[in-house]
Design a protein around this ligand. Structure first.
Ligand code: ADP
Ligand code: MG
Length: 552
């Protein structure tokens, strides 16, 4: 048998572990949620694989996650009969592959000077490594599905190295053995574990069982006690689920540390039958700043998890939405490739999008402050829908907020409100793009519109330049950049004698300004003497600046 080999954690992991073990994290109790969720994932994986290959089961499908405290040994063991890991998988998953974005996370921590460290760690979601918040040594004993004879034992104190060796293990699955720190000894108390499972993991679909041993008359008595109610939240009636239960479920699937801004829980019957439980986050998740996010929802078919991130049911511009779809119609045992061409998925996607957009509208109408917080962070993502979801672009447009030349700084108007206030005779919706509303409020482009009592939308997200042109019009009113040459304010005909008296000046100006393509008279200005405008079909000045910066 191979002897134990000592290996080093990858550099980023080392730093992450150092942070976890040396920081006073306010919620060490989340380790249990993380380990139970890993155990549950592992069971779902072997369950899914066994649909195609029953041998994987080895006759062991009494799905169970056990928690065994041992006060004498000061250990807490979390075991599952899930898919297990091979030696290679252990080295990869627990020693090499840092969660995507670890590097950026560490940089963010450095930048923040650890002032908000607990918040950051919570948002980042440290998964398996949260074990080291409560344990000074962790042993992972695992054997993969498929009848391998030998298992693997991984041991680490989280200080930079780990050992790995072959080790007999009779049953498939994984035991995580935590050697508890002195100050974490209360996690060995049955009442504490009971409360935590109820709080964090009640909806986990597999039984979470507390195993306690008692000495009675010289004999050891073992008691098994299922702690969770196992009722999948999404299968329950929305009337029966408390806001706390929704929040805990959301935290488990999202790693967010805040409650969601909005819960959407609905079912569809008819040609396609499915249930959906979706969450809109309160703020932009930390991970949105450092890595590209893929849209996706967990896809269950009759309670079996088929895909962890099904992209077919959620368009990319709604990638901030987290949740679960449980379908009654999809086939259980087809390949993922075939599943992705299934027409039911299209029906699900349409319903999901409609519900999210109207959910956002509801949030804006009833909890405006919450909506604002959401919108400040994720509005730019939502706006991609103008360009990418032709069918729903008006609905997306309904959700947008803009400062305008007439709003107080920091207050917003919707497009509908803008259109409602348009004076008779205004045919187009005017907008101006730039760095900040503050700067745009002083723009000479606004003068002529102000003089006519017409308002101008101030657009300050870089993405506005790219998405707004896709909208073309809103409620039948075309959108028009206020700094483009054919803005209506240039049309007013200027008397011939005025034109004549300025002709010489224009010729001289053109000669002196080779950078501009033309110099014209205009009525658009009331106070300023001159301004630059873009050609009707050309880029706006702001877009030119954005592209120039991007190219640098
Ligand atoms: P995540 O669960 O987000 O992938 P974790 O840090 O919690 O991140 O776990 C890292 C990886 O280790 C998992 O993706 C999985 O491959 C593996 N793993 C952890 N716990 C188990 C387990 N009980 N059974 C099988 N694999 C596991
Ligand atoms: Mg995990």
């Amino acid at each position: 048998m191979a002897t134990a080999e000592t290996l080093e954690f990858r550099a980023e992991l080392k730093q992450l572990l150092h942070l976890i073990t040396h920081s006073l994290y306010s919620d060490p109790e989340i380790f249990l949620r993380e380990l139970i969720s890993n155990a549950s994932d592992a069971i779902n994986k072997v369950k899914f694989n066994s649909l195609a290959n029953e041998d994987q089961l080895e006759g062991n499908k009494d799905w169970k996650i056990t928690i065994t405290p041992d006060k004498d040994a000061k250990t807490l063991t979390i075991s599952d009969n899930g898919i297990g890991m091979s030696r290679e998988e252990v080295v990869d998953s627990l020693g090499t592959i840092a969660k995507s974005g670890t590097k950026a996370f560490l940089e963010a921590v450095k930048a923040k000077q650890s002032s908000d460290l607990p918040g950051l760690i919570g948002q980042f979601g440290v998964g398996f490594y949260s074990s080291f918040m409560v344990a000074d040594k962790v042993t992972v004993h695992t054997r993969p599905a498929g009848g391998a004879a030998l298992g693997v034992k991984w041991v680490s104190d989280g200080q930079g190295t780990y050992t790995i060796e072959s080790a007999e293990k009779e049953t498939r699955g994984t035991d995580v053995i935590l050697h508890m720190k002195e100050e974490s000894a209360d996690f060995l108390e049955a009442w504490r574990l009971r409360n935590l499972v109820k709080k964090f993991s009640d909806f986990i679909e597999h039984p979470v069982v507390l195993v306690t041993r008692e000495e009675k008359d010289g004999k050891t008595e073992t008691t098994e006690d299922t702690l969770n109610s196992r009722k999948a939240v999404w299968l329950r009636s929305p009337r029966e689920v408390t806001p706390e239960e929704y929040t805990e479920f959301y935290k488990t699937i999202s790693h967010d540390h805040e409650p969601p801004a909005k819960v959407l829980h609905f079912s569809i019957e008819g040609k396609s039958e499915f249930r959906a439980l979706l969450f809109i986050p309160a703020t932009k998740p930390f991970s949105f700043d450092y890595e590209e996010q893929k849209a996706g929802l967990k896809l269950y078919v009759q309670r079996v998890l088929i895909m962890d991130k099904c992209e077919e049911v959620l368009p990319p511009y709604l990638r901030f939405v987290k949740g679960v779809i449980d379908s009654a119609d999809l086939p259980l045992n087809v390949s993922r490739e075939l599943l992705q061409q299934n027409p039911h998925l299209e029906t699900i996607r349409k319903n999901v999008v409609r519900n999210i957009l109207s959910g956002l509208e509801g949030l804006r109408n009833t909890e405006y402050e919450k909506y604002l917080t959401f919108y400040r962070g994720l509005g730019p993502v939502l706006k991609e829908g103008l360009a990418r979801d032709w069918e729903n672009r008006e609905k997306v447009a309904d959700l947008l907020l803009f400062e305008t030349a007439n709003t107080e700084p920091g207050k917003f108007a919707t497009l509908a409100e803008y259109v409602e206030k348009m004076p008779a005779g205004q045919e187009k919706i005017h907008y101006l793009t730039g760095e900040s509303a503050e700067q745009l409020r002083h723009s000479p482009y606004l003068e002529a519109f102000r003089a006519k009592g017409e308002d101008v939308l101030l657009m300050t997200d870089p993405i506005d330049e790219f998405t707004l042109p896709h909208l073309h019009e809103y409620k039948g009113k075309p959108l028009q950049a206020a700094d483009k040459a054919d803005a209506k304010t240039d049309d007013g005909d200027i008397p011939a004698d005025v034109r004549e008296s300025f002709a010489g000046l224009l010729i001289a100006a053109r000669a002196h300004l080779p950078e501009v393509s033309d110099v014209r008279l205009t009525k658009r200005l009331t106070e300023s003497a001159s301004c630059l405008v873009a050609d009707a079909g050309g880029m706006s000045a702001h877009l030119e600046r954005i592209l120039k910066r991007a190219g640098e």
